[in-house]
Design a protein around this ligand. Structure first.
Ligand SMILES: Nc1ncnc2c1ncn2[C@@H]1O[C@H](COP(=O)(O)OP(=O)(O)OP(=O)(O)O)[C@@H](O)[C@H]1O
Length: 688
């Protein structure tokens, strides 16, 4: 072969795709010499080096795997044709290689063992922290998990693992090509030459990987340790906070109750001061003694005295003017009918004089009416003052007036009022942080055990009915507990507005629009009571049992006399076994039936609501308004209450009157029940 050609081939040999150059050169030389060379000439040193480089440049997966599948790239397969041409020589070489390989086998076993061990070591170490199922797959899973847990871990560990992953994916993606495998086996010589170096570099590579993984593991452990530490620290802080909260709770409670007590004390002082001031104007309670009997009497205040003096003066002046007018008329008639000019002037004088008196009398009438209105206002103020005086007196005499905390929870503040057997206090719930009304039921210590038991049974019945009621127009009952042997407490939703009784005392006649919305709310509460599985008759609907919250929402309260309607009750109602002491002005005729046990139903509440509505509109009750309870019973006032009369003033709509008539239907059988009357168009606010 010429030097030029040799140069050409040697320069081409730098092209990595031609890996069988030595063989080709040998073939060409033989062809040029016209014979097949008996001994293949040793490849030039340059080519040997290139071949070595090619071996080294083979991807890592080819050295990791010792199986034929992972053979060299396809150039080897491409050179197989020419290999067939000098097959004999190749066989000799292959045999020689076989021998060498046998010698090396021992070494390779050692190295393979090492490889396996290194990989296993790596796995084992990883397995110390995470579950290992074996193989790279497991490693991959770990890597995935690690990524989720630590970003830094991803950067370090993932590079090595990505490399491994690519090796695996390439190896699995390689087609199993028999030709390729054979050619690889046949042309295995260069590999044999570099096997040791490859194994060493592989070993180093694996070691590097293992150390990266170990480093990763160390860092993950450190992170886990740090997190554990942090967790521990947070737990400790939480516990400290809880302890602190626990420690502070009584202090906080104390601060809240102290503040509430200060406010309540200031309110008490203010209330007493106002009563003193109002007393000067409106009057006060004096004591009169008649022999050994001491009784209280009301002494009017300056306001009423002044009004009365004014009224008296007005009357006196009015009488004087009337007298003057009479004498003027007398003089006029004595004079007779004059026809001259003088008598004509006198006549005009009389007329003017009379007109002055008449006009004065009219204006005095206006003044008198104003004074009478003032007197009415005075009476209302006097009533409010008397109630407030009574409340203060009750508060002063109450054994719960010293701001006790009941049941470790309810801070009692000021007395709201006193009922027949109970005192109602405004209180603050220190647990739920809201105002409540605590109704303290006191049993008279003088009562027999039987009477006490009966009272408790009665109150428990009320509680059991009331506690199940949850409606916007029914006062909620939150709690019940015993205070001592003779006292227990029910905790109610606090309604800071006045009750309807107080409203009507201050303003006896309400505009129809206001009265209507109040009665609509009461009926909504009643509808709720009648739509439950266990229907309830309130039986004691009256202005004092309708409370208002801060927004003016009306709520029905006091279920002390209420009755649960039994399931098998007929259309006429259930038997009224315990008559109770409902307020007679508001009870229907059937409740006064004494000849037989009355049958009652929700129609009782319909009647009461009718009386309430009438009272709001006309400022008086339809039956027995000025009568005492005792007189109503004695005179059978309600039994005789066949028809309600409607005063001409104030003017009330026919729809309102019709509703009242329906509610006050004398005959119980003809009276609509709650659910029926609730359909009345006057009680619905649907736009038409
Ligand atoms: N939940 C409440 N919120 C605000 N004030 C209330 C509440 N319950 C009752 N009161 C007020 O407490 C006072 C006494 O109430 P209580 O129900 O004991 O009296 P009563 O109805 O007049 O008496 P009785 O129950 O003997 O008929 C009344 O002025 C009432 O307005």
């Amino acid at each position: 072969m010429s030097d030029d050609m040799l140069m050409h081939f040697s320069s081409n040999s730098s092209n990595q795709s031609d890996q069988s150059l030595p063989t080709k050169i040998a073939k060409l030389e033989a062809r040029m010499a016209g014979k097949v060379p008996s001994v293949t000439p040793a490849p030039p040193v340059q080519l040997q080096q290139q071949h070595q480089q090619q071996q080294q440049q083979q991807p890592i997966w080819s050295s990791v795997s010792s199986g034929p599948k992972f053979g060299p790239p396809e150039e080897l397969a491409g050179s197989s044709d020419s290999d067939d041409d000098n097959g004999g020589e190749f066989l000799i070489q292959a045999n020689t290689q076989k021998r060498q390989r046998l010698q090396e086998n021992d070494n390779s076993v050692v190295i393979e063992h090492l490889e396996t061990q290194t990989v296993n070591d790596g796995r084992q170490k990883i397995g110390e922290t995470e579950e290992t199922k074996g193989g790279f797959d497991t490693n991959r899973k770990k890597q995935g998990r690690g990524r989720g847990q630590s970003n830094s871990g991803r950067g370090r560990g993932s590079k090595a693992n990505d490399q491994m992953r690519s090796q695996i994916s390439v190896s699995t993606a390689m087609p199993s090509n028999g030709q390729l495998e054979n050619s690889y086996l046949k042309d295995n010589r260069p590999k044999e030459h570099f096997r040791n170096d490859d194994r060493i570099s592989l070993e180093e590579e694996l070691r590097a990987k293992v150390s990266i993984l170990e480093e990763d593991l160390r860092k993950s452990r450190q992170e886990a340790f740090d997190n554990h530490d942090l967790c521990h620290q947070l737990e400790k802080e939480l516990k400290e906070l809880k302890d602190y909260e626990q420690q502070m709770k009584p202090k906080r409670t104390k601060i809240i109750s102290d503040l509430l007590i200060s406010v309540s004390k200031a309110e008490r002082q203010e209330a007493r001061m106002k009563v003193r001031q109002d007393s000067l104007r409106l009057g006060s309670v004096g004591v009169i003694r008649a022999g050994t009997i001491i009784s209280e009497t009301w002494e009017d205040g300056q306001m009423l005295k002044d009004l009365n003096i004014h009224l008296r003066q007005l009357l006196e002046t009015k009488e004087a003017i009337e007298r003057q007018r009479k004498s003027l008329k007398k003089r006029q008639s004595d004079k007779g009918d004059g026809t001259d000019a003088e008598s004509g002037a006198q006549e005009e004088d009389f007329l003017i004089q009379d007109e002055i008196f008449k006009s004065r009398l009219v204006s005095m009438k206006r003044e008198e009416e104003a004074i009478l209105r003032e007197r009415d206002r005075y009476e209302l103020e006097k009533g409010r003052l008397i109630r407030e005086m009574k409340r203060i007196r009750d508060e002063d005499g109450s054994r719960f007036n010293n701001f006790q905390i009941l049941n470790h929870r309810y801070a009692l503040l000021n007395l709201l009022g006193k009922g027949g057997f109970s005192e109602v206090y405004k209180a603050f719930d220190l647990v739920d942080h809201r105002y409540v009304a605590c109704k303290l039921h006191g049993l008279n210590a003088q009562w027999s055990e039987d009477k006490k038991q009966s009272y408790i049974r009665h109150a428990m019945r009320e509680y059991n009915i009331h506690k199940t009621l949850v409606h916007n127009h029914i006062v909620r009952l939150w709690d019940i507990f015993e205070i001592d042997q003779n006292t227990f407490c029910t905790v109610l939703e606090y309604c800071c507005g006045k009750d309807l009784d107080a409203v009507l005392k201050a303003t006896p006649v309400l505009p129809e629009r206001e009265a209507r919305i109040i009665i609509v709310q009461i009926f909504q509460g009643l509808v709720y009571l009648n739509k439950r599985a266990q229907k309830i008759i309130h039986y004691d609907l009256k202005p004092g049992n309708v409370l208002f919250d801060e927004f003016g929402i009306a709520k029905v309260t006091d279920f002390g006399l209420s009755k649960i309607v039994e399931e098998d009750v007929g259309s006429q109602g259930m038997e009224l076994t315990s008559q109770g002491a409902g307020t007679y002005w508001y009870l229907p005729p059937e409740c006064f039936e004494l000849s037989k046990t009355p049958l009652i139903s929700s129609k009782v509440d319909v009647w009461s609501a009718g009386v309430l509505f009438y009272q709001m509109l006309y400022g008086r009750r339809p039956f027995g308004h000025d009568q005492s309870q005792e007189r109503i019973l004695r005179e059978d006032t309600i039994i005789k209450a066949r028809k309600a009369e409607f005063p001409s003033k104030p003017t009330i709509s026919n729809e309102a009157k019709d509703l009242i008539r329906r509610c006050l239907t004398y005959n119980q059988a003809d009276r609509p029940d709650v659910l029926t009357i609730a359909q009345d168009p006057y009680l619905t606010y649907v736009k038409r």
